[in-house]
Ligand binder design. Structure first.
Ligand code: FAD
Ligand code: FO1
Length: 451
């Protein structure tokens, strides 16, 4: 398989002559040094222009409801990024504040000749990028370092299901699923020192410190690689069957590393595919890692209202509307849901696990979100509460996978219509008895109560 250049994963946001004293890399979604095509392109441009490379990260103090749980994990990962860049002669600068203001200031301070940044379909990120490009008139490139097939190449439009998206990805995967490239060294090392005290920035953060940091995942790209290799060696075999049982440690646990970009999906896919695990387990994992995950980016990029019922397919909107005023046997206020005080022991246990550990098993996430529709006043309130709780407590929250997973659960996005029923209409229903047929619910509840 011939290596795939970073260029092939990039698109020009603005062309033009590059004149200045350095190439500036704006790291945001993909917070890693190795296997990072956006950093790779910045170094390649620096070698072409004979300029040093500076990488920067802009710490935005309020990011989509994130608490110290997520900021703490992210900042520890950035400490590792900083020291590993220093060792490679690439500069690192930590900015704090809003990127719309801070980036243009840095671009002029360092007289950047050209800007390279990573791709992110979230609305807030698109707003940041637009503002920076408007303020700084230098050539700029965007690299999709998060999808194996660059999002804009996989499909030019919103895909309605995995079934329509999978063949498009399959066709392009052979040209993009390659071994990740080594990072070339810059031709001119960065000599103006490293700025930005990450520890001081962490102390200065005015974020909710009531949601504790997690202990089950060590942050940073070295820990991410260890977690990947441990999963591939010990738990990929049997994944296809074990992944749906919340009582077995069957999922990979890689989502925080993928969310913060501390692990390259290309690296994960490459090592899974080259492993000696059974074919059905490899396929089951790659279906989630590539098809489901990259479908989420397609959805958020092409449905900017991804966190409201506006993004639901028409059949689901009409059907949910028709059943909007159906009688609810149970109804809960947001505070009762957040406190996990409902009549449903399984839901309460899943909520408790998420609040205390910052993670919830994939099967339970579907059940958890669907019940908010059943117990809230309508899809709008259900979406708002599910998004707020998911983004506040989940370590992997504030991610296209989350907005898509919640829209799938509450509004049938990427799903089909089911026989109509009260409240849900034609949106797929999930029941406690259904869960009991899949795993030992009482054992899961006991385990969560012991947390
Ligand atoms: P594994 O089963 O080991 O899968 C490996 C990777 O594949 C995951 O890390 C993820 O990147 C991807 N993946 C797996 N399942 C899905 C899926 N259904 N959709 C998209 N990608 C998937 N994922 C998040 O990263 N952040 C979230 O905030 C989030 N919120 C969700 C909310 C709801 C209501 C639902 C139904 C799903 C949500 N998911 C979210 C998707 C999925 O549940 C998690 O990615 C997965 O459980 C993470 O655990 P893992 O890494 O061990 O998964
Ligand atoms: N990206 C940034 O560029 N700056 C930030 O300050 C920042 C904070 C942050 C906090 C929690 C979190 O889950 C993500 C955060 N991100 C930040 C964005 C993240 O890197 C991803 O780009 C998106 O959340 C997913 O696409």
């Amino acid at each position: 398989m011939t290596p795939v250049s970073a260029e092939a994963r990039s698109r020009a946001l603005r062309q033009g002559p590059a004149k200045g004293r350095c190439v500036l890399h704006w790291m945001s979604r993909d917070q890693r040094v190795l296997d990072n095509p956006s950093l790779e392109l910045a170094v390649a441009k620096g070698r072409e222009l004979g300029l040093p490379v500076l990488s920067c990260f802009c710490l935005s103090p309020q990011f989509l409801g994130a608490t110290i749980r997520q900021y703490g994990f992210m900042l520890r990962g950035l400490e590792e990024v900083r020291s590993s860049l220093e060792g490679r002669g690439i500069g690192f600068q930590l900015l704090t504040g809003s990127p719309e203001r801070e980036l243009p200031g840095l671009i002029s301070d360092v007289e950047a000749a050209l800007l390279v940044t990573d791709f992110d379909p979230l609305r807030l990120k698109l707003t940041w990028k637009e503002a920076v490009l408007k303020a700084a008139r230098i050539p700029a490139y965007e690299v999709d370092a998060h999808n194996i097939v660059p999002c804009w190449q996989a499909s030019p439009k919103r895909e309605y299901s995995a079934a329509t998206f999978r063949p498009k990805l399959r066709r392009l995967l052979p040209s993009f699923l390659s071994r990740p490239n080594p990072l070339p060294s810059p031709s001119i090392p960065w000599r103006d020192g490293i700025t930005g005290d990450i520890q001081a920035a962490r102390r200065a953060l005015k974020v909710d410190r009531g949601v504790e940091e997690v202990s089950w995942a060590r942050p940073g790209e070295r820990a991410a690689l260890t977690a990947l290799r441990d999963f591939v060696a010990r738990r990929l075999p049997g994944y296809a069957e074990a992944r749906n049982d919340p009582l077995r440690d069957g999922q990979s646990g890689l989502s925080p590393y993928l969310h913060f970009g501390q692990l390259s999906p290309q690296r994960a896919a490459w090592e899974v595919r080259s492993s000696s695990a059974p074919q059905e387990d490899k396929e089951a994992f790659l279906e989630e890692l590539i098809v489901r995950r990259e479908l989420s980016d397609n959805f958020c990029l092409h449905a900017p209202d991804y966190d409201t019922p506006g993004c639901f397919p028409e059949w689901a909107k009409a059907s949910l509307d028709q059943h909007r005023f159906d009688r609810r046997e149970h109804a809960y206020a947001e505070a009762e849901l957040e406190a996990g005080r409902t009549h449903d022991p399984l839901w309460n246990a899943a909520q408790r696990e998420m609040v205390l550990r910052g993670k919830m098993h994939g099967y339970l996430r579907m059940y958890w979100a669907k019940k908010t529709l059943e117990w809230c006043s309508g899809p709008e309130e259900a979406m708002r509460i599910a998004v707020r709780l998911n983004d506040r407590y989940e370590l992997d929250g504030r991610d296209p996978n989350g907005y898509t997973g919640i829209a799938w659960s509450i509004g049938g996005v990427h799903d089909r219509a089911w026989p109509s029923r009260p409240i849900f209409g034609k949106v797929r229903y999930m029941s406690l008895s259904g869960a009991r047929s899949k795993f030992d619910v009482d054992a899961y509840v006991r385990r969560a109560e012991a947390l």
